[in-house]
Design a protein around this ligand. Structure first.
Ligand code: SER
Length: 323
């Protein structure tokens, strides 16, 4: 039985991961941690308990852990890359001081901890193609600095104190449920909304800019499976490269046009996001994740595109015929 605290439960990942965990661990308690102003609603609110948990105030974490006898913490509180460039001190506070609070509580109360890392943990000196699991990590964004530090601090707590920390380096995540916000890979979600609404998409990332991307069901699967993995086979912990697809704006545009032929896209490059994207890998090598815990994604660009369009049409109330 698992009692899990999801911190950041109403965000892009949290809103779907909390629901998935409630299905997987239905005999346990899955607590939706949120901050005021980002309250859970609907199914997320009604399907289990929720508590105010702010990573920057340790007592709110400790109280939730005690109250629900939590054994696993999913720490999803973070500012994404473009927002972190605008608010670097706040990003540091949430990502680093928040993590330290969580790790200290986990050490004391014997919790396992998952804190995602990202393609953003790499930088311009990293090999861009088939980026190895263990390689140069010298990111140039504040987001990346906090992600590398997250990996190191999480491994430190494992080696020094035996805290069961594990994580994955997420690619840009694509879903139809909760929008991301302030990320460099957000365009790959927004393009689907524009296509389904019949709008011309203004792309902030240049043609030829390749980044790893992943459909949310695969990302959720990874988040569950890494925490379930047999520790005897884990040579790495923080964090594993995971990959399923890599594309540039033209490739996702062409994939959408196969489903919605009239769709149009124009470019208007955002220099902040473009500089970040240029410093990230084109495609990660995820061999270690496949070998050490059986990582195996289900979606590629074609199957994701079909599923995204189908669900967005339902969500936004557009009929199949709207081309
Ligand atoms: N999706 C994130 C971002 O763009 C990368 O992990 O910031």
């Amino acid at each position: 039985m698992k009692n899990v605290l999801v911190i950041g439960s109403t965000g892009q990942i949290g809103s779907e991961l909390t629901m998935k965990l409630r299905k997987v661990y239905h005999q346990g308690t899955i607590v939706a941690g949120y901050i005021p102003g980002a309250e859970p609603k609907g199914e997320l609110l009604e399907s289990g308990p929720s508590e105010i948990v702010n990573v920057t105030s340790a007592h709110t974490i400790a109280e939730a852990v005690d109250k629900y006898d939590i054994d696993t913490i999913y720490n999803l509180a973070a500012l994404l890359s473009a927002t972190a460039e605008r608010k670097p001190l706040m990003a540091w506070d949430i990502q680093m001081n928040g993590l330290l609070n969580i790790l200290e509580i986990a050490r004391e109360k014997h919790c396992a901890v998952f804190t995602p890392s990202s393609i953003g943990s790499f930088g311009p000196d990293t090999p861009r193609d088939n980026t190895p699991q263990d390689t140069i990590q010298r990111p140039t964004s504040m987001y990346g600095v906090t992600k590398v530090a997250t990996e190191l601090l999480s491994d430190y707590y494992y080696h020094k104190y035996g805290v069961d920390t594990r994580s994955v380096r997420f690619p840009g995540l694509i879903s139809y449920t909760t929008l991301p916000g302030g990320g460099t890979t957000d365009y790959a979600v927004e393009i689907y909304y524009a296509a389904v609404k019949g709008e011309t998409f203004i792309c902030p990332i240049a043609e030829g800019t390749y980044m790893d991307m992943m459909y949310m069901p695969d990302a959720l699967k990874a988040a569950v499976e890494i925490m379930e993995a047999d520790p005897r086979y884990l040579h790495h912990r923080n964090s594993f490269n995971i990959a399923s697809m890599s594309f540039d704006p033209e490739e996702v545009y062409e994939a959408i046009k196969k489903e919605i032929p009239g769709f149009k896209m124009k470019y208007q490059i955002d220099p902040v996001r473009q500089a970040i994207a240029d410093s990230w890998p084109n495609r990660m090598d995820d061999t270690c994740a496949r070998k050490e815990w059986g990582w195996n994604p289900s979606y590629n660009l074609k199957s994701m595109t079909r599923d995204m369009i189908k669900h967005l049409r339902e969500k936004l109330g557009y009929s199949q015929e709207s081309k």
